[in-house]
Design a protein around this ligand. Sequence first.
Ligand code: LLP
Length: 386
Amino acid sequence: MQRGSSPRPQPWWALRREALLAQAALGTPRYVYDLASVRENARALRGLGALDRRFYAIKANPHPDILRVLEEEGFGFECVSAGEIGRVFSLFPKLDPTRVLFTPSFAARAEYEAALARDVWVTLDSAYPLRHWPELFRRRALWLRLDPGYGRGHHEKVRTGGTGAKFGLPLDALEEFAAEAARAGAMIFGLHAHLGSGIFDALHWRDVFARLAAAAETLGTVEALNLGGGLGVASEPELDPFEMDALAEVLAQAKALCPQYALWMEPGRYLVARAGVLLLRVTQVVEKSGVRRVGVDGGMNALLRPALYNARHEVVNLSRLGEADDGQFDVVGPICETGDVLARRRRLPASFEGDVLLVATAGAYGAVMASTYNLRDLPTEAVLDD
Ligand code: LLP
C-alpha cells in the first residue's frame, strides 16, 4: 500500500539526531528507545474504547523502562515463559496477577505450575496439559487458545494458525476439550486466538471475533474473548500506517453485537516498533563486481529480522542526514554468513568508516532476538525520556 499525498511527519529520531549521535559514541551496536513514543502508541490503543482490557506482549521488547511506561498506561502483560513472568513481577511486585496472561507454547509442566502459583491467567494451547495434568487445573478458570484453521501475517514464519502451525486447538476438537475440562473440574473462562503478526487489515479482527464468539456460544461458560495482537507497523515511510480508526470501528461493532463478552487484546509490535532504533557504526565500504556494500558493526547478530523474515527496515546515515544520495548500497554486518544483510539496494549518501547508520522501526523483536553468534557482544540498550 502506498501512502497518499499527506506529508510524512518527522520521525522522533530525526528530531533527536544529536542525542542519538551521543548515544552512538557510547558504543555500537546500540538500541535506543524513545519512551515518549511508547506512550503515544499506548494512548492510541487506549483509544480503542470497545476493549475492556489491553495487554502488552512483552516478548516484543521486555526492556524494564518500557514495561514501566506501559504499566503506568494501564496495560497488563502477556507472557510466554517463566522468565517473562519473573521479569514482570520483579519490576512490579504488587501487580494484580489478573493483569498477567500466561500464553505459552509447549511449555513444561513446571512452568504451568509456577504460573498457577502466581495466580495469573493461564491459557492452554492444546488439550495436552488438561489431559495429562488435570489436577493442576481443578477449580481453575482457564483460557483456551483456538486455531480457526488459517494464519495471517507479514511472513510465513510468523503465521500462527492453520495446520502448518503448532499453535492452538482446532475448532473441531472443542467439544471434546470442553468435556475434558468439565471432568477435570476446570472452567473455560476465556477464548483466545492470535493468528499472526504484522497484519494491516482491521477486518482480520472481525473474523477472529466472529469465530471466537461462535465457539463461546457452544460452551456457555465463556466471559471474555482475547483477539490477540498482530497489529502491523509500516516498515517504511512511504507505506500506509496501520488504520487504528478501522480497528476501533470493528471492535465497536463486535461489542455491540455481543456485549456479554469482555474484549481483550494483546499487541506487542505496535507499542514499541517505531519507538526503537538500532545504531551501528560503519566499518568498511567495499565495491565488488558492481555491488557497493556498506559494512557495519552489527548484523544478523544484532537484528535478526532481515535475515530471518526478509523484513525491511529503513536505514539512514545519521552522520550525514539530509545529504544527497550517492546511488545504491547493500548494508551488511560482520557475521560470517551470506545472509548477513540488513538492507539491500538502498539509496544512501556516500558513507565512510566511522559514520553512524540508523536502522529504524527496530524497537520490536530487535534486541530481544539478538545473539552472541560469532562471539560478538550483545547490543547495548538505552532509553531517551523527556
Ligand atoms: N500474542 C501472542 C500469543 C503472540 O504469540 C504474539 C507474538 C503477540 C500476541 C504479539 O504479536 P504482535 O502484536 O507483536 O504482532 N519475531 C517476529 C514476530 C513474532 C511474533 C510472535 N508472537 C517479527 O519480528 O516479526
